[in-house]
Design a protein around this ligand. Sequence first.
Ligand code: C2E
Ligand code: MG
Ligand code: MG
Ligand code: MG
Length: 281
Amino acid sequence: RAKEQGRNHYQLYTHVIGMSVFEHAFMENSLRKALHHAEFRLFYQPQVELNSGQIIGMEALVRWQHPELGLLEPGKFIPQAEEYGLIVPLGEWVLRQACSQNKAWQDMGLLPIGMSVNFSVRQFQSPDFVETIAQVLEETGLDPKYLELEITESVVMKDEATAIALLQKLYKMGIQISIDDFGMGYSSFSHLKQFPVRKIKIDISFIRDINISSDDAAITTAIIAMAHSLKLKAIAEGVETMEQLNFLQSLKCDAIQGYLFSKPLPADEVTKMLVEKRALR
Ligand code: C2E
Ligand code: MG
Ligand code: MG
Ligand code: MG
């Protein structure tokens, strides 16, 4: 019975379009309550440098520990949070949590690593965007150079002049910026050089069949070559097999992120992983 009900509720989260007024109100209310009741959790996925084999950073990925539906992945609630404007307070919570976790790892004596945080267009457009980031960095005591903002091409393309000005401001604060899901948007590659971006994350959709699709292999090869000629780092998302890893290594891809090394994990498990890796040094 509970399971059946769970499945019905689940439906509400999967169809934004076609939801009734009641369902919209229900969803908005549940998200608000979830923020209020601290039901969100951050998981962390390591980013590994291919040259050194070292963990160079973590990506913070939000989950919703729903009291009835269990652990929900961001695809089930981020689009809704964006639609209802709740992505701004949720994003601020994510940022604060991620920064303070990274600071905690450093305070434990672990070698500092980067902390990548995803940002939606809606957050980027919020008037307090830069101020909020500055405030969170100050509060948590994290050195800005360890914070990396992951934005998609859509952020950059909407209003280019404003976007560049904003990115420059962040860059001057010492924050790193990377382009997420690269290759999925419509950006003209030539514009890239105007952005103070450090890293390009090659979208998982190109990596998935990299060993069997000559098109995907060609696109990935081109993205890495372009990144390097612009003096940017390239990181591959969603690396699951040794075959993918070997191919990316042959292309001189700088880093990988994916299940091959680790799935996104809760903070305590990541802490254990970091402590073990550090002991190996
Ligand atoms: P993303 O930023 O591109 O994150 C990478 C996604 O790929 C994550 O999904 C991650 O779990 C998944 N992934 C990593 N390695 C592998 C792999 O080897 N194989 C496969 N199949 N998948 C892999 P996740 O955690 O479900 O997040 C989905 C998206 O939700 C993220 O894509 C990001 O766009 C968004 N998101 C997550 N957390 C936040 C957040 O705090 N704020 C905002 N605005 N968006 C977020
Ligand atoms: Mg990301
Ligand atoms: Mg991505
Ligand atoms: Mg994505």
